[in-house]
Ligand binder design. Structure first.
Ligand code: URA
Length: 193
């Protein structure tokens, strides 16, 4: 198995899909390479593309706040990455071919970091890692044990919470609590909390 640094080095030179043509930086991921908790978003936005780091814009600020308030954790404790590592132009949705081309990097990150709990942020990460066509609104609200022994907790993308307001944020908070319970080895509470 390659090391995480080797996978990152490959990703930084990646030309597997057309997204490489317009990127400023590959946004591979950041955080503790031995984290028990991993967040997976959709793809870099403008600020992330400029800085080469995931979730550094407004969505990231909300993510940091909810992580701290509901889980008592900071970024240093977890690993954060995205389904696609290069910014889709004008923040459009990543295309199926782009997601497929980038999937080996995410799969390697999961294997190597080996988190206990994965929190998927929004439709793209949730559908990919649950292998489901259902939308996030139906899928969130519970935890999903995976065959690899990890548990997946789907929640909204923070950008959706920024648009959706109080109710969406409250649901994200409940999902974060669920993820923390799993991290602590407790049984996650059912809907709505
Ligand atoms: N949105 C994402 O899905 N990922 C980021 O890194 C930033 C915004």
């Amino acid at each position: 198995m390659p090391t995480l640094a080797e996978v990152e080095r490959d990703a930084l030179a990646c030309t597997r899909c057309p997204l490489h043509q317009r990127r400023t930086n590959v946004v591979f991921g950041v955080g503790d390479p031995n984290a028990d908790l991993m967040f997976v978003g959709e793809g870099p936005g403008q600020q992330e593309d400029i800085e080469g780091l995931p979730f550094v814009g407004r969505s990231g600020q909300l993510l940091d706040r909810l992580m701290l308030e509901e889980m008592g954790l900071t970024r240093a404790y977890c690993y954060i990455c995205n389904v696609v590592k290069c910014r889709p132009p004008n923040n459009r949705d990543p295309l199926p071919d782009e997601i497929a081309a980038c999937h080996p990097y995410l799969a390697a990150q999961l294997d190597l970091i080996d988190p206990k709990v994965i929190v998927t942020l929004g439709n793209f990460a949730t559908k990919l890692l649950l292998n489901s066509t259902e939308g996030i609104t139906r899928l969130r609200g519970r935890a999903y044990p995976r065959p690899d022994g990890r548990t997946l907790v789907p929640t909204f993308h923070p950008a959706a919470a920024l648009r959706g307001g109080g109710e969406t944020v409250a649901q994200m908070r409940a999902d974060m609590v669920r993820a923390k319970q799993l991290l602590d080895g407790r049984r996650p509470s059912p809907l709505p909390a």
